[in-house]
Design a protein around this ligand. Structure first.
Ligand SMILES: NC(=O)C1=CN([C@@H]2O[C@H](COP(=O)(O)OP(=O)(O)OC[C@H]3O[C@@H](n4cnc5c(N)ncnc54)[C@H](OP(=O)(O)O)[C@@H]3O)[C@@H](O)[C@H]2O)C=CC1
Ligand SMILES: CC(=O)N[C@@H](CCC(=O)OP(=O)(O)O)C(=O)O
Length: 329
């Protein structure tokens, strides 16, 4: 795996022939992520969404015909179906649209750009010029946002034995998990990923620049959406024994001026404070917290986001704007 995640530069920042608006096709439009993206696109008057007939939505020929017309296709599909559409796009030559994939299929593929615009100072430009962009996973968005600046600043060694704990609302599991919570058949809360093979670990490790595989223990609770990702740290085991203030300062420096990512003040919201996961729902915001005790040399980093916002559809629209050369709202 490498960090050279650009693909063939493409100059599709102008609509296809004759169109006055940028055109987009959402493949998997009736799923959780697809619906969230369309809800956001309805608010934009410079983007036209092209629809496929309901009875043809899994028909490769109909998809191809529609993709000939559009500037960008956004894939909101299970991994296997996303790979099928990408294979189709790869046969389209010069008429191929740009592609933004919300699935896990291409997130660590070296010839795709990773769609976390705040990853590094040049990442937004990589997304802007890429023909193929992968939208990040919801948990990695929180984890990478916390860890990458600390690794880059030398505060966290790349081989540090990290554990990430996380909780998500049930919409993170798509239509089938939503149904199981809403019909009462799911438990109120459960840990999962206990086989140490969660699909998000590879992207979490790669883009955080960790050489040691982190332990990742997600959980899901009986509420619809909203997410917390937390990383406990024993500060006296880190080189130079940084304080919580050092960690917070590195995050604040990294995200200064960012529109969507905010490094919150140290120990906000107060001593013995609490943090709930739903406060950023329906936004594309991501908040990063450092809670620390000087007395015990302990800290916990926490990211808060909407798994359907900055964790999925919000990030997709942010990436779409970059890929189509549209100004951010
Ligand atoms: N939910 C979330 O928080 C997030 C999800 N994602 C990713 O986005 C993708 C979609 O997830 P999500 O929206 O949750 O899933 P859902 O199960 O809610 O929706 C998936 C949709 O894809 C449709 N579909 C399946 N196969 C095809 C096909 N061959 N052609 C066209 N449509 C098809 C399904 O239709 P049908 O049901 O009729 O088969 C369904 O409407 C996944 O890869 C997921 O990992 C990414 C970030 C966050
Ligand atoms: C609660 C729940 O099940 N969450 C999903 C992740 C949702 C998500 O955002 O994953 P992708 O972006 O990779 O689709 C899971 O853990 O598999």
């Amino acid at each position: 795996m490498t960090l050279t995640d650009t693909n063939q530069p493409k100059s599709v920042n102008q609509p296809k022939s004759g169109a006055t608006k940028a055109t987009v096709f959402v493949d998997g439009a009736s799923g959780t992520t697809g619906l969230g993206i369309q809800e956001r696109l309805r608010l934009l008057d410079n983007v036209e969404v092209k629809h496929i007939a309901e009875d043809k939505r899994k028909d490769a020929g109909a998809k191809r015909a529609l993709m000939e017309e559009v500037d960008l296709v956004i894939l909101c599909l299970p991994d296997a179906a996303a790979k099928e559409t990408v294979a189709l796009i790869d046969t389209m030559g010069n008429s191929a649209p740009k592609v933004l994939d919300a699935s896990t299929a291409y997130r660590v593929a070296p010839d795709w750009a990773y769609g976390f615009a705040e990853l590094a100072p040049d990442q937004a430009d990589k997304i802007r010029t890429a023909a193929k962009v992968s939208n990040p996973g919801c948990y990695p968005t929180g984890g990478i946002a916390l860890l990458r600046p600390l690794v880059d600043a030398g505060l966290l060694p790349p081989d540090y034995p990290l554990t990430l704990n996380a909780v998500s609302g049930y919409s993170g599991g798509g239509k089938s998990m939503i149904a199981s919570f809403e019909d009462g058949s799911a438990p109120a809360f459960e840990l999962y990923g206990l086989g140490f093979e969660h699909k998000h670990v590879p992207e979490l490790q790669l883009y955080s620049r960790l050489t040691r595989r982190p332990i990742f223990i997600p959980s899901v609770g009986n509420y619809r959406q909203g997410m917390l990702v937390s990383v406990p740290l024993q500060l006296d085991t880190l080189p130079g024994k940084p304080s919580g203030a050092d960690l917070q300062a590195a995050l604040a420096k990294r995200y200064a001026g960012s529109k969507y990512v905010t490094a919150m003040p140290l120990n906000e919201p107060g001593k013995g404070g609490k943090l709930e996961p739903e406060a950023l729902n329906e936004t594309n915001q991501l908040e990063l917290y450092v809670f620390a005790s000087d007395k015990h040399h302990q800290a916990v980093l926490v990211a808060r986001l909407d798994n359907l916002g900055k964790g999925a559809s919000g990030a997709a629209v942010q990436n779409m704007r970059l890929m189509l050369g549209l100004a951010d709202a």
